[in-house]
Design a protein around this ligand. Sequence first.
Ligand code: M6P
Ligand code: ZN
Length: 194
Amino acid sequence: MTEPGVPFGARLFAIEGRIDPAAFDSERRLSELASVFADPARARAMAAADDVVVYRGSTAPVPERQGEVGLATTRIEPGRVGDEFFMTHGHLHRLLEGEAYIGMAGQGGLLLRRGTEVAWVEMQAGIVGHIPPGWAHRTVNVGEEPFTFLAVYPRLAGHDYPPVAREGMGARVLRARFGYRVVRDDGTEIAARR
Ligand code: M6P
Ligand code: ZN
């Protein structure tokens, strides 16, 4: 991390889905994410043949201090496990803090859940998705190209993964004939683009 409180400008690479400077980069492969898909066995079998990167992130050098605004890019590759599109693990924040996702390239969506409420926000370049505090959130690539976005968040918000690992997001984003549909766990369709 750079010194606390140092102003800087970072360059965004929309198609690559990268921010520079980055303090660290991360990647999540299919084998690590198998259990979050509706068909984990299929995800594991795919990963055994080719353990592809599902998404990667770069995080700008913002210090972990109260009041700091974190900047991180995510690039989700196009792909599916069966009919279910590639997606992030999804998380809640440890603190009651919101976040904004700014679409940079590709076609995606933001799936949110708070208790039994589920919401879907279509994402692409030019769309800012607002994540209110207290909502679990996951992003999904519903297109044929990488889907990239910038996350802007309170640096100390933190990630809480177990609730999503245990309870899921309340809905799945599945391939439709020409697009996608967002289907709640009870089978109701809440959004679609065909
Ligand atoms: C966004 C931000 C990051 C997050 C990343 C991947 O860039 O919300 O904080 O880490 O997406 O999502 P996840 O942590 O759920 O794997
Ligand atoms: Zn978040």
